[in-house]
Design a protein around this ligand. Sequence first.
Ligand SMILES: C[S@@+](CC[C@H](N)C(=O)[O-])C[C@H]1O[C@@H](n2cnc3c(N)ncnc32)[C@H](O)[C@@H]1O
Length: 184
Amino acid sequence: MTYADPGEPEWRRAVLRCMGSEQALVRKIQEARRRLATDGPPHVRSDGDFARVSLPVEDSDVLRDVLLAENPGTVIEIGLAYGSSALAIAEALVAAGSDEARHVIVDAYQNRFHGSGWAAITGAGLAGLCSLVEERSHIALPRSAGRWLGRRRRVRGRKPYLSQRICRLVLPTRAGPPGRAGDP
Ligand SMILES: C[S@@+](CC[C@H](N)C(=O)[O-])C[C@H]1O[C@@H](n2cnc3c(N)ncnc32)[C@H](O)[C@@H]1O
């Protein structure tokens, strides 16, 4: 099942209509991140699971800051779980303020997390920016990643630099595994 198809970036118009400014949405996301880190998600698979599977807050902050510096258009994330890293990514995308921002989240097993991650995303007002594709990544990425990234590239005429790097982590390439010397 797909909660929402990756759509056109209408989210900024909706944000400006409903909240007045992107800063208001950034504050809402930050509050959602703080609440998730302190209170945890409403439902967990088992005791201690949230801390076990989630990206720690400090690392999420680093992820947010790297994305802010790179200012990507489209981010494809594999693995939503309870939503910690997804909220950090969304915070960066909203704060960067790009018209082209879009966050495609692939998670085949969100139902096992009782939908908590997606609930965190929608609760933070991010249903327009984020899309959840509930499929295994090795199926969804080869089929759709090119479309998710390529369409943006045609529209903007700009390379989705960081997105390509992220995909390179999970997609086989002729260049070999990520992180090798000579990788751009
Ligand atoms: C370690 S958790 C992700 C944690 C999350 N990034 C965070 O910081 O809160 C791994 C996630 O990957 C998802 N997952 C596992 N195998 C998958 C696959 N083959 N395709 C897509 N998602 C998968 C799981 O459902 C789970 O949500």
